[in-house]
Design a protein around this ligand. Structure first.
Ligand SMILES: NC(=O)c1ccc[n+]([C@@H]2O[C@H](COP(=O)([O-])OP(=O)(O)OC[C@H]3O[C@@H](n4cnc5c(N)ncnc54)[C@H](OP(=O)(O)O)[C@@H]3O)[C@@H](O)[C@H]2O)c1
Length: 284
């Protein structure tokens, strides 16, 4: 599930690379087919997670499920539908994309939702692997237009924040699906280095060759900026603010889980920015 998304898409590319037969589920299968081409071991199936019957058809005969779902007010219900369909279809193992601070009293609403899904999964008795990655480097691209104008806006003061490349999350997901002994555990996933916003602004300035000024707003002002200027829905703006306040309350530091599982270092933020340098450039 989530094969058209950031993490699921990267996982699908990894499974294709490894020539592993798999089934990719999307609400828009034609678009997914066009994206992956024809010469692959992937079977593309159309299903909406709001439709339990379609999910059961999609999962029929499967042994393992990778479950990634977009954040939305319906996320918990959709993921629970997918887990129930997995149970009905005799799936053995679920790898769920979760998030840090997935706890019943988490200060982050989305993480409380992840905890509810994790608890539902635990109650099924299926083998459950929980991936809890920190902030996706790929989401930094949402800041690219502002960075191109020379500013980085946030509400994180100068606390360190973990970033991870979704391709590393996907590579770890593939290992947990394919390598016996890695399943059934919970993994907090980070890149190799944590960055505060001022450090991130400095790195972006160095790599783009143009100064980037860090603007730190009070959380309510940042929320207003995200809704009015970035045109985010209220719930998503609240999520971004909550995630940043989580880092303030619980300063983050990197771990070596990605390297331990993959046998190679995690991708760096430096390399990620280099790869996407053109996107941080001002529009001519
Ligand atoms: N962003 C971060 O920094 C971060 C950090 C840690 C954890 N996370 C977690 O990562 C997850 C999101 O992962 P992502 O960014 O890789 O995903 P994404 O790019 O947002 O893609 C989400 C996927 O959800 C699928 N989807 C949405 N509604 C659906 C429905 N009704 N039925 C079936 N599929 C549906 C979409 O599939 P179709 O459109 O093809 O149907 C799409 O492939 C969230 O749970 C988030 O909490 C994010």
């Amino acid at each position: 599930m989530g094969a058209t998304g950031a993490t699921g898409g990267a996982l699908l590319r990894r499974l294709i690379e490894l020539d592993i037969p798999c089934r990719a589920v999307s609400r828009t299968p034609a678009k997914l087919c066009a994206a992956i081409g024809v010469e692959t071991p992937v079977e593309v199936v159309g299903a909406d997670a709001a439709d339990p019957r379609a999910l059961r058809t999609a999962f029929d005969g499967s042994t393992q499920l990778f479950l990634a779902m977009a954040n939305s007010p319906r996320q918990v219900a959709l993921e629970i539908n997918a887990i129930d369909a997995a149970v009905a279809c005799g799936v053995r193992h679920v790898v769920k994309l979760s998030a840090p601070a997935a706890e019943p009293d988490s200060p982050v609403a989305v993480s409380r939702g992840h905890w509810r899904v994790e608890a539902h999964l635990a109650a099924t008795g299926l083998v459950a692997t929980l991936l809890r990655p920190y902030a996706f480097m790929q989401k930094l691209l949402l800041n690219a237009p502002a960075v191109a104008q020379g500013v980085l806006i946030g509400a994180m003061r100068d606390v360190p924040c973990n970033y991870i490349d979704v391709r590393d999350v996907a590579d770890v997901a593939a290992e947990t699906l394919l390598r016996p002994g890695l399943d059934g555990a919970t993994y907090a996933l980070t890149g190799p280095q944590a960055f505060s916003h001022p450090e991130l602004a400095r790195l972006l300035g160095e790599l783009t060759g143009r100064p980037v000024r860090c603007i730190d707003l009070p959380p309510d002002d940042f929320h207003g900026h995200l809704v009015r200027t970035a045109h985010m829905p209220d719930w998503l703006a609240s999520h971004v603010v909550e995630i940043q306040q989580l880092a303030v309350a619980r300063p983050e530091s990197p771990n070596d889980t990605v390297e331990t599982i993959l046998g190679r270092p995690a991708r760096t933020l430096d390399a990620f920015v280099h790869e996407h340098l053109a996107m941080f450039a001002p529009v001519a």
